[in-house]
Unconditional design. Structure first.
Length: 367
């Protein structure tokens, strides 16, 4: 199999529901989709959609520019030899993890289709199907946050992520206590402020909530600040935005800075990069999630396939943006959350089918 053409598409993802984080609301982000065509009947799909409350290192325009360099380098390459695909990309540019991740996902999709196996099978097999997920409780009042927490548990969710930060820390403390009061036995509570607290605020929150069972996720802006706070916390600490590469994750585990991770598939190099993180965390008995900052059915399917291969006791869940999306690319098999879990899409590769012309004409094409 050889790559004959790489098409790039841009799509604005309409939101069906609001999503508030520590310093801003997410609204209709732009996703970048990659379609790899080959000299066979198979095509592979990849996607990257960075978003968040603060400016991102990569954005849609920079990713599309990177694909302008990487796309031509893939022509004639065998996409089944994914290691060699990464070598070809490394020879062209350093960095560009977003674009490289989208291409990586497309190659895994092709590999699965070529062998008529789902990606989870190629990664060792699904240990969970359906896959557990965590549901976000956006920033709100203590009353509305507690009400949503109860409703989500009624729906079957066993992992809740309460957003915090971007307001007076006392408001966060009140909301944490309100949600903790209604959190039921067997349900995990994560407090995530997306870099919204200082070190002193982090310590103040942990002290004020020292008797509550919860995990604090990425409280501070930098790795160094999180490491400083970790020494004095009453709760476990999970890194998210600071977990940017395998070396950092290995250092965080060995130094005791992190008790787990919230991993973004397209920040770490796609399925290939996340597979390495999975294996490291399994070896170190450290929990992690398999999710992404945003995206449609392509990213969601990749997260669920890989997330299904985690050891259940080390899985923090596979987050997808399904509850906030106005539409699916694949109306039949696009990943959906049902009773707090997500079924692995059936079929080869990612297990989803993109209708012809769904994304409109490509914004760029390389052959």
């Amino acid at each position: 199999m050889k790559v004959t053409q790489v098409n790039v598409y841009a799509k604005r993802l309409a939101m069906a529901a609001g999503y508030n984080m520590s310093s801003a609301a997410v609204g209709d982000p732009e996703t970048t989709v990659v379609k790899i065509l080959t000299d066979t009947s198979h095509v592979g799909w990849g996607e990257i959609c960075p978003t968040g409350p603060l400016p991102q290192v990569e954005h849609a325009q920079s990713i599309q520019a990177d694909l302008g360099l990487l796309g031509p380098a893939l022509i004639g390459v065998d996409p089944e030899q994914i290691g060699l695909v990464h070598d070809a990309m490394t020879a062209i540019m350093d960095g560009g993890q977003g674009a490289r991740s989208a291409i990586d996902i497309a190659c895994w999709d092709l590999l699965g289709k070529a062998h008529n196996r789902g990606i989870c099978d190629l990664l060792g097999g699904a240990r969970m199907d359906p896959v557990s997920t965590y549901h976000v409780i956006p920033i709100g009042t203590p009353e509305t946050s507690a009400q949503l927490a109860e409703a989500l548990q009624d729906e079957g969710h066993t992992k809740l992520q309460l957003k915090s930060g971007g307001r007076h820390v006392d408001e966060d403390i009140d909301a944490i206590h309100a949600v903790a009061r209604v959190t039921r036995p067997g349900v995990d509570l994560f407090v995530d402020c997306n870099r919204g607290w200082t070190v002193s605020e982090t310590l103040l929150v942990s002290q004020a909530c020292r008797d509550l069972k919860l995990v604090i996720e990425q409280p501070c802006a930098t790795y160094a600040e999180c490491a400083t706070a970790r020494k004095h916390l009453h709760h476990p600490l999970i890194l998210d935005e600071s977990a940017t590469d395998l070396a950092t994750i290995a250092r965080a585990i060995s130094s005791g800075v992190a008790d787990g991770f919230g991993m973004k598939l397209t920040r770490i190099g796609g399925i290939s990069g996340m597979r390495a993180i999975r294996d490291l965390c399994h070896a170190a008995n450290t929990p992690t999630s398999c999710d992404d900052s945003w995206g449609g059915d392509i990213i969601a399917a990749a997260c669920v396939h890989l997330g299904s291969t985690f050891h259940p006791h080390l899985s923090r869940g596979a987050w997808i943006s399904d509850p906030y999306q106005a539409e699916h690319y694949d109306d039949l098999h696009g990943p959906r959350i049902v009773n707090g879990t997500i079924a692995v899409p059936p079929g080869p590769g990612l297990g989803i089918t993109i209708p012809d012309g769904y994304f409109g004409p490509p914004i760029a094409s390389y052959a």
